[in-house]
Ligand binder design. Structure first.
Ligand code: ATP
Ligand code: MG
Ligand code: MG
Length: 349
């Protein structure tokens, strides 16, 4: 069978490799650190993303390459794509690596986003706050996740300190969205351009980290349909191939797109218990040119992340009826670290 290369050796890479194995593929992982994904793969390369020789050898050994980690540097992408097809492609990566590029792209599609403006230096603060008003959120343009690299700005007087807390990284100011709920759509687009989306899930965060995703959401059908149509617009506009996560805010004025992730997404883990074809198999199907699963949901599910010491509860959770346990094989249960998740089936769809 063919070999699929996966950049990134975390839990998403692990679950992609497991899905790929079920479809008869071999997987090779590329990861700078020690990696729980590696022990379910057929081989792995531990090297940094600036080791271009290691990347070249990795790419030469793969028939196609995908990723679970979107911050792959441009020179690495150059080397990989010289020998081997990359799905999703570089445009999707470059659009989502930088919040300013991402928001500009989304607004360019006519989609609603928070108001936003770039902040490169303190001299930009007044102009930026004119665009966003207060309260606002300052975010680093690159590398942020789990709410890291963000600062709340309650009034213009607080802006310089908020900017300073980002330590000189290029930043974006966003107007504060007064949302009632956060939802996400996990959608896939195949090599033939067909799109399949899962039902939107409702997300609850704790300390900036996703805590639970529940399906179905309590939203009216109109909003659920809007969410899926928005995701579909984004995938098609990027000529995307693979699974994407689209995060949205629900407001009285309708849906606002927060951010996109060009990969399988934590808020899509419920599909493992709710759908015949989960997001991991769906991604492998999309990039390898298989027909997509239709996204239909057969169960109501609550996904709960096991973060840090939560992993101690895994056995007790496993004893509950209808609970599926997924552990990532990480050595150390550091606080804030995603160690596993459970999918609790709460009833038929
Ligand atoms: P992730 O781990 O999902 O990648 P992230 O670090 O990239 O997160 P965001 O998703 O942009 O960050 O923001 C984290 C959370 O902060 C959001 O889920 C939402 O609760 C809140 N938030 C972000 N932007 C705004 C905004 N403009 N207005 C109000 N709340 C916001
Ligand atoms: Mg993010
Ligand atoms: Mg987010």
């Amino acid at each position: 069978g063919a070999t699929i290369g996966i950049l990134g050796g975390g839990q998403l890479g692990r679950m992609l490799a497991m899905a790929a194995a079920r479809l008869g593929y071999r997987c090779h992982i590329f990861e700078p650190g020690a990696a729980p994904a590696a022990d379910v793969s057929h081989g792995w390369t531990q090297a940094p993303y600036d080791d271009l020789d290691a990347l070249r050898r990795f790419a030469q050994g793969c028939d196609l390459i995908t990723f679970e980690f979107e911050n792959i540097p441009a020179p690495a992408l150059d080397v990989l794509s010289r020998t081997t097809p990359l799905f999703p492609d570089r445009r999707a990566l470059e659009t989502s690596q930088d919040r300013l590029v991402e928001k500009t792209f989304l607004a360019g599609l006519g989609l609603a986003t928070a108001s936003f403006a770039p902040i490169d230096t303190a001299a930009d603060l007044a102009t930026a706050l004119t665009a966003t008003g207060t309260p606002a959120i300052f975010k680093t343009r690159r590398f942020g996740y789990d709410g890291k690299g963000q600062a709340r700005v309650m009034d213009p007087e607080g802006a310089p300190a908020a900017l300073a807390s980002l330590k000189g990284a290029p930043a974006i100011a966003e107007g504060f969205v007064r949302f009632s709920r956060e939802i996400s759509v996990i959608a896939a687009r195949g090599r033939d351009g067909r799109v399949a989306a899962y039902d939107p899930g409702e997300n609850v965060h704790q300390d900036g980290i996703l805590a639970t995703t529940s399906v179905p959401t309590a939203l009216p059908l109109k909003l659920r349909t809007d969410a899926v149509l928005i995701a579909s617009r984004i995938l098609t506009a990027l000529d995307y191939v693979g699974v994407m996560g689209v995060e949205l805010f629900v407001t009285p004025e309708g849906l606002i797109v927060n951010e996109i992730a060009p990969r399988v997404h934590n808020s899509g883990h419920w599909t493992q218990a709710g759908c015949a074809v989960d997001q991991f198999e769906q991604h492998i199907r999309a990039i390898a040119g298989w027909p997509l699963g239709n996204g239909a949901r057969h169960a109501n599910v609550v996904m709960e992340n096991l973060i840090g010491d939560d992993i101690a509860r895994a056995a007790a959770l496993a004893a509950e009826p209808g609970v599926q346990v997924h552990l990532y094989g990480k050595a150390e249960a550091r606080s804030g670290r995603k160690m596993g998740h459970v999918n609790r089936v709460t009833g038929p769809a």
